[in-house]
Design a protein around this ligand. Structure first.
Ligand code: GLV
Length: 300
């Protein structure tokens, strides 16, 4: 019986669980957890978050590369041989977790949680106007798997949601200028880097909320601070920052109108993630296109 070897490079506990699953649930696959890689010439598939430098040169029989996360921006695409298909992780656990995080962020802004947290600290009991979700227009930057899942949930809560992506018919300006809360769920590419900048903030209705669940590189941090200081942006909820962990002394730590979570919006879930990875390896073995296949020129 021929075994197809998958090498995993990432969080160790998940790797161990994935190796057990593959051993128990498949007869023809083997998952090895880096650095216990065995004979590298046997490795046919690489599932990695950030592979060690030089690894690709040591895997002569590699057939495909899988990101362990939803993004591929953490990978050095130039280091991955051009003939190898590369796929990002698409799995229902990521969609469910990120949808919940985005709803939390939009609801927190819509229901004035930043103002109420400040009032609570000051022992102030004072009601702000209570508006229905229908009065809070949400702009969703990114209409892929994750943006669509979050938009559907927000629509279900009663928010009017409009999406924008690079292939949209509707203009970026039209969506942003009609967003009481603007959510970024874009992939990070050369085109989207710095998209949340002073120019974008100036388009928003005054006092709008900003949510970043994409990558830290989407946000020009100094521009957000300036927009918060002027009142153009009311508050922001961020799961990602330019430098992670956020450095000691960074202005975001103590900012009253920035709510931060430490890049936890979604994490590839152990059970659903391995099922998705195995299904994608099987697609390759059958000669079918990979799910989440990355177009390297496009960058996602
Ligand atoms: C997390 O940010 C991921 O890409 O899965």
């Amino acid at each position: 019986l021929r075994r197809h070897v998958v090498l995993y490079v990432g969080a160790e506990a998940r790797g161990r669980a994935w190796a057990r699953f593959v051993a128990e649930e498949t007869g023809d696959l083997e998952l090895r957890v880096w650095p216990e890689a065995g004979d590298l010439a046997e490795v046919a598939y690489l599932a990695a978050w950030i592979p060690p430098a030089g690894l690709f040169g040591k895997l002569p029989n590699l057939k495909a590369v899988f990101s362990v996360g939803a993004g591929v921006d953490q990978l050095d695409l130039a280091a991955i041989p051009a003939h190898l298909p590369l796929a990002r992780m698409i799995e229902p656990g990521i969609e469910a977790c990120l949808t919940a995080w985005v709803c939390m962020a939009v609801l927190a802004l819509h229901r004035d949680l930043p103002a109420y947290v400040a009032q609570q600290r000051a022992e102030v009991w004072r009601a702000l106007p209570v508006r229905p979700p229908a009065a809070c227009r949400v702009g969703m930057l990114g209409t892929g798997r994750l943006g669509s899942a979050a938009a559907k949930a927000l629509t279900g809560l009663g928010f009017p949601v409009r999406g924008w992506s690079r292939s949209s018919e509707v203009s970026f300006e039209a969506v942003v200028s009609a967003s009481d809360v603007l959510v970024c769920l874009l992939p990070l590419t050369a085109q989207t880097r710095g998209i949340l900048d002073a120019r974008t903030f100036a388009l928003l209705p005054r006092g709008a909320g900003v949510v970043n669940a994409g990558r830290g590189g989407h946000l020009v941090e100094a521009d957000l601070r300036a927009a918060l200081a002027s009142g153009q942006v009311g508050a922001a909820v961020l799961d990602v920052t330019a430098e992670e962990p956020l450095p000691a002394g960074h202005a975001f730590w103590g900012h009253e109108r920035i709510f931060l979570t430490p890049h936890v919006g979604a994490v590839t879930q152990t059970e659903t993630g391995i099922a998705a990875l195995v299904a994608n390896v099987r697609r390759h073995l059958r000669g079918e296109a990979l799910e989440g296949l990355v177009d390297r020129d496009r960058g996602y």
